[in-house]
Design a protein around this ligand. Sequence first.
Ligand code: NAD
Length: 255
Amino acid sequence: MVQRLEGRVAVVTGGASGIGLATVRRFASEGAKVVVADLDPASGKAAADEAGGLFVQVDVTDEEQVKALFQTTVDTYGKLDIAFNNAGISPPDDDSILTTGIEAWERVQKVNLTSVYLCCKYAIPHMQAGGKGSIINTASFVATMGAATSQISYTASKGGVLAMSRELGVQFAREGIRVNALSPGPVNTPLLRELFAKDPERAARRLVHVPLGRFAEPEEIAAAVAFLASDDSSFMTASNFLVDGGIAGAYVTPL
Ligand SMILES: NC(=O)c1ccc[n+]([C@@H]2O[C@H](COP(=O)([O-])OP(=O)(O)OC[C@H]3O[C@@H](n4cnc5c(N)ncnc54)[C@H](O)[C@@H]3O)[C@@H](O)[C@H]2O)c1
């Protein structure tokens, strides 16, 4: 494995599962010191141990806990180079606007959008102190494309992540801090597999829109995050990095 992240210090929120876990592994294999930040203490600690890093139990919606997460990182490893703000939820009660209640709406906004605001707010001063940094915020392809199978708060939250990342990328560009949004297409996670195994028609309805004809593996998304975290992407900031199997570019897909 190339060692693009040798000596770098990275925080990964939602690092206990899925895209976050694959990224923790990828960052460590490229030489980074990784702080795994997650609600889930068992899987979070296991991920950190595997990566030779540190686990910090944190609820990313809690301002004091997020502030402490980045302070603990700097206290432990001396600096902060990379923040992958990735924790997110997509609960079943977030659905059509006609049936989604205000409680579900607000819960999703808090976990998916307010958390990214908090993580950027408390990561950036440490990066300013070091004179550089790379922030990657997980949005989604639904930030730029509409779905008739709505998850209204999720979609709106990811649109917010995209716009906020762009603005921060512009604001802090001359301080050596890059901020990019990562927009994955559908990823082959346990949740998605279970959902689609139960309902093949539901899977087919989505797969028909993917030119590559399959969902992404978490490792394929992690490879893109490592690129955005590393100096290989040194001229990229304020961008929307789509890793979507071609979905956003497609009209008619191959049979
Ligand atoms: N899986 C997909 O198809 C897909 C597609 C596009 C975007 N995304 C986005 O990618 C990100 C990761 O998704 P995933 O599929 O890997 O999810 P996942 O459910 O496998 O992992 C999410 C992790 O976040 C943690 N988490 C949830 N709420 C938290 C909180 N309040 N504080 C701290 N940690 C919290 C969970 O404990 C879990 O470990 C999310 O932002 C999601 O919206 C996923």
